[in-house]
Design a protein around this ligand. Structure first.
Ligand code: BGP
Length: 472
């Protein structure tokens, strides 16, 4: 049985939904300079905003104007919680400004008040792929320690302003995605632009370290401001299985787990695990973990673990070396699983495995803050989208989380599916990769008036919440 106050709801992010990219004093964010991509076509980072390019985050789904209508629809489904992010650039347009932008702060006052009107608890991410672009240009993002202070200033302003409206916070969305070292992940997570001659892997570890320190300082600040605030990390969790029971594959999967999830260890345990320090040593990196950083990490351990879950991976060993270092190139198709149209392998039991993995290590409360199915939806002749495939995906994943509570005894606070309303895809910039219970009339080609309509899954999720997950 799930707890009585289980937080059922859904999650979005500011940059994928709000639009209004330059309204009311908002500055340019890093996602404002990423173009639209496609299924199998990566987004491109441009040098500033280039005329003629298509930037889907400039429009989002017009949530900035439609939020009242959307929250009312979430309330109709019975939401107890709603996760979104605060666009850093609405509050500090450049990131290093002295004073916050009052108009930006007021928008989130209105949004959180609207949630409370229906008894919906807002759950907030501070940095969800939306760092100010100015910080990328001037400081190269989190490679520069000064960004630690900028983030903490932003976090403090938010905690102080919204402490009576928001209890659950997260610092950096999917901080560990950057373990796959590429330009898209580095700009989204740390406002980092790779330059010629850089060692990308070193740049990633350095920047991630500064984020981990910034996160710990934010946790400390939140507790000083109001001890009731709960601050979590946010991990993009997709468990890695060995492709076979060959011990080489088993070790290779372990190596991948080490590299992809050491971030969670630092957040929750307050120090780096030995395996990653050994790796830094092996690679001959200069010691960027200062003695005072160690103290900060120790003092800023998170209160709970929030994570997203979409799929699992299978890892196959190819090289015969002893370090079993993750390269991102060892993943193979898991023949036991089906995949979405974007190749994301569907694995409900993997969610139970991941819940257990966290629980066994950290014994902290957890919240699933993203889980959902991106699909091409078709509008039926009756004008309704029959998205049974989405219902099936969610049903099996909810069953798996219930089993994790029942059999492994995990402490689960809530489930925020991704995303209750169709929004812009973070990885591809598409509109046509749809997750919602609510359809938004907008396509990759920029057609449609942004009007909203309910899909079949809308009614299904309403019933799930009504029965606290007893009837799926
Ligand atoms: C996570 C991000 C979200 C979200 C989701 C789905 O990585 O935290 O922002 O977008 O994945 O991914 P996509 O939108 O690329 O399908």
């Amino acid at each position: 049985m799930l707890r009585k106050d289980f937080l059922w709801g859904g999650a979005i992010a500011a940059h994928q939904a709000e639009g209004a990219w330059d309204t009311d004093g908002k500055g340019v964010s890093c996602s404002d300079v990423e173009t639209i991509g496609g299924n199998g076509i990566p987004r491109r980072l441009t040098d500033g905003i280039v005329p003629g390019e298509v930037y889907p985050n400039h429009e989002g789904i017009h949530f900035y104007e439609h939020y009242k209508e959307d929250i009312a629809l979430f309330a109709e489904m019975g939401f107890k919680g709603f996760r979104t992010s605060i666009a850093w650039t609405r509050i500090f347009p450049n990131g290093d400004d002295d004073k916050p932008n009052e108009a930006g702060l007021q928008f989130y006052d209105r949004l959180f008040d609207e949630c409370h009107k229906y008894g919906i608890e807002p759950i907030v991410t501070l940095s969800h792929f939306e760092m100010p672009y100015h910080l990328a240009k001037k400081y190269n993002g989190f490679t520069d320690r000064r960004c630690i202070d900028f983030f903490v200033r932003f976090a403090r302003v938010c905690f102080e302003r919204y402490q009576t409206k928001v209890k659950y916070w997260m610092t950096f969305n999917e901080i560990n995605n950057q373990a796959d070292v590429n330009q898209h992940n580095l700009i989204q997570e740390g406002a980092v632009i790779l330059r010629e001659g850089d060692d990308p892997e070193y740049i990633m570890y350095l920047s991630a370290h500064h984020e981990l320190v910034a996160s710990a300082l934010a946790v400390k600040a939140a507790h000083e401001i109001n001890p009731d605030l709960m601050v979590g990390c946010m991990i993009g969790m997709n468990g890695v299985y060995p492709a076979t029971c060959d011990p080489q594959d088993v070790m290779n999967a372990l190596g991948a787990m080490h590299q992809k999830y050491y971030f969670a260890e630092v957040h929750a345990r307050g120090h780096y695990p030995k395996h990653i320090l050994k790796k830094f040593e092996r690679k001959g990196y200069p010691d960027f973990i200062l003695p005072e950083d160690k103290e900060i990490l120790e003092q800023g351990k998170v209160d709970y673990i929030a994570f997203s879950y979409y799929m699992s991976y299978a890892s196959s060993h190819k090289r015969g070396n002893k370090d079993f270092d993750y390269t991102g190139e060892d993943f193979v198709r898991n023949t036991y699983l089906k995949a979405s149209d974007w190749g994301w392998q569907i694995d409900p039991l993997g969610l139970r495995w991941c819940l257990s993995w966290f629980h066994d290590r950290f014994e902290l409360p957890m919240m699933i803050v993203e889980n959902g199915f991106g699909a091409y939806d078709k509008i039926g002749e009756d004008g309704v989208i029959d998205d049974q495939y989405r219902i099936d995906y969610l049903k099996e994943h909810i069953q798996a989380l219930k089993d994790a509570v029942e059999y492994e005894g995990v402490d689960l606070l809530g489930y925020m599916m991704w995303s209750p309303i169709d929004i812009v895809s973070a990885s591809t910039g598409e509109y046509d990769k749809r997750y919602g219970f609510i359809h938004v009339n907008r396509t990759n080609e920029g057609e449609g008036d942004f009007s909203r309509s309910k899909k079949k899954s809308f009614h299904w999720y309403k019933h799930v919440i009504e029965t606290n997950g007893e009837e799926l």
